[in-house]
Design a protein around this ligand. Structure first.
Ligand SMILES: [Zn+2]
Length: 145
């Protein structure tokens, strides 16, 4: 019987590392597209279906612009547009480098990288910025998007 609770942290890390390697392909494609055609994509953007329907931001609003600014090194603008993007990519890069090092050197890198905990923190960042963004927008009319 497959028991998730009895698995070792190293196995969980190896599974997420595999997910990360698959995700790397998507990340590279997205980075090339947004770096090459980002200006055209943002100029054509018709807005968010959720926001247009409901009248306030969804949790993903600003993510395309956040990615666009991050790929150009504008960290503060990226953070303002959607802080989940900079958090998620930061955790992803550190996790992938750490796991690569410990798998291939067995000397450098944390074997018990807290990836599951950091994913939960990421969900908190995503929901937290969503709530704060809408309080600022609805309550005070403040927005950067
Ligand atoms: Zn949205």
């Amino acid at each position: 019987m497959y028991d998730r609770a009895k698995r070792h942290p190293e196995h969980i890390i190896e599974e997420w590392y595999l997910v990360g390697k698959i995700g790397l392909v998507l990340f590279v494609v997205a980075a090339i597209v947004i770096w090459w055609k980002g200006d055209v994509i943002l100029a054509r953007e018709h807005g968010c279906v959720f926001r247009d329907t409901v009248g306030f931001y969804c949790a993903g609003c600003g993510a395309t612009r956040a990615f666009y600014h991050l790929m150009r090194g504008h960290l503060w603008q990226s953070f303002l547009c959607n802080p989940f993007v900079i958090y998620g990519i930061g955790v992803y890069v550190v996790f992938m480098i750490n796991t690569f090092l410990y798998m291939h050197t067995e000397k450098i890198g944390f074997k018990k990288f807290p990836i599951v905990g950091l994913i939960y923190v990421g969900v908190g960042v995503l929901l937290g910025q969503w709530v704060i963004r809408n309080i600022l927008f609805i309550g005070f009319g403040l927005t950067v998007l």
